[in-house]
Design a protein around this ligand. Structure first.
Ligand SMILES: CC(C)(COP(=O)(O)OP(=O)(O)OC[C@H]1O[C@@H](n2cnc3c(N)ncnc32)[C@H](O)[C@@H]1OP(=O)(O)O)[C@@H](O)C(=O)NCCC(=O)NCCS
Length: 281
């Protein structure tokens, strides 16, 4: 390999993942996404990533952010929260740059009434959620999408906050379950409701008891009722993305009019500089 090329490769951070054919996109000098070849018209792509990245990667991801994102990063009180925010936005930009075939720095975010970020480019919807060190991203050209992840934290789930947040039907289903299943079912319900709210971009303006989702183990994953429309539940698909080995519960909601394929990939960085040092040993 030519020396200069070798150095170039050693300095890049590569995000790899997915089950599709591998592809290396030179979206940015030093950072790249390697994953699903393209977003087919009938696909929803889900990426899981970590927000706890080594400091050199955080520096590279920080260099992708826009001035408003940098200003927001500065407002975090704790360094760990700042680094996680940078890692989330940086990876989001890498992914969107990959799909839009544009340098990540040139991805321009706009914001809805309740702060939901979107891109003006037609036909691309995305959403992001994070909990502790875990981040998950949804990208699709099918329709509005919302995603939510929560660490599988039984302490949080066991408090009686379902009675405050959920509809009476959801609370009745939850409390009818064996006690040992209720913590997980609580988070299942929470993430499904949150994914739906996030897909619509309504934020807290949507009354949480104005719609129902399923939550019991074995029940089909679905939005079953909205108070404002008898037909709306049929327009939405809800999918469970929980990964108990990785310690999280998650769901994605998408407005769709046709069948679709959900594909999942894991983002991980390979710092070739580090790798080549290890290879030398
Ligand atoms: C802000 C909100 C969208 C989600 O908040 P959250 O669960 O704390 O955060 P998540 O990690 O899931 O999502 C945050 C990301 O969603 C995106 N987002 C922000 N506002 C959004 C909105 N109105 N709609 C959709 N996505 C939004 C952003 O990308 C944000 O991350 P970033 O700013 O780091 O880029 C909103 O729904 C909220 O405040 N919910 C309150 C929680 C609640 O009462 N839930 C009840 C469920 S039963």
């Amino acid at each position: 390999m030519v020396k200069g090329v070798r150095r170039y490769y050693h300095r890049r951070v590569v995000l790899v993942g997915g089950t599709g054919a591998g592809m290396l996109e030179d979206v940015d000098p030093g950072l790249a996404v390697d994953g699903f070849a393209a977003l087919a018209a009938d696909q929803l792509h889900i990426w899981e990533g970590s927000l706890d990245r080594p400091a050199p990667e955080i520096r590279r991801l920080r260099a992708l952010l826009a001035s408003d994102e940098l200003a927001r990063a500065e407002r975090f009180r704790f360094e760990r929260d700042r680094a996680r925010y940078i890692a989330g936005r940086g990876q989001l930009r890498l992914l969107l740059g990959h799909y839009l075939r544009r340098p990540p720095r040139e991805v321009h975010f706009e914001y809805g009434d309740h702060e939901k970020p979107f891109v003006a480019d037609p036909g691309l919807w995305f959403n992001l959620s994070h909990s502790g060190p875990v981040a998950i991203f949804a990208v699709t050209s099918i329709g509005e999408v919302g995603i939510d992840v929560e660490l599988d934290d039984a302490g949080f789930a066991s408090e009686r906050i379902a009675e405050y947040f959920f509809s009476s039907g959801e609370v009745a289903t939850l409390r009818g379950l064996p006690a040992e299943l209720q913590a997980r079912a609580f988070l299942t319900c929470w993430t499904r409701k949150e994914a739906f709210i996030k897909a619509r971009g309504d934020g807290l303006s949507l009354a949480l008891d104005d719609f129902d989702v399923t939550l019991a183990p074995g029940q089909p994953v679905a939005l079953t009722r909205t108070a404002w429309s008898g037909s709306e539940p049929k327009e939405w698909s809800l999918s469970d993305l929980s990964n108990t080995e990785a310690g999280y519960i998650a769901a994605v909601a998408m407005r769709r009019t046709r069948p679709f394929e959900l594909r999942r990939g894991t983002l991980r960085t390979t710092d070739h500089e580090t790798l080549s040092e290890q290879e030398k040993l």
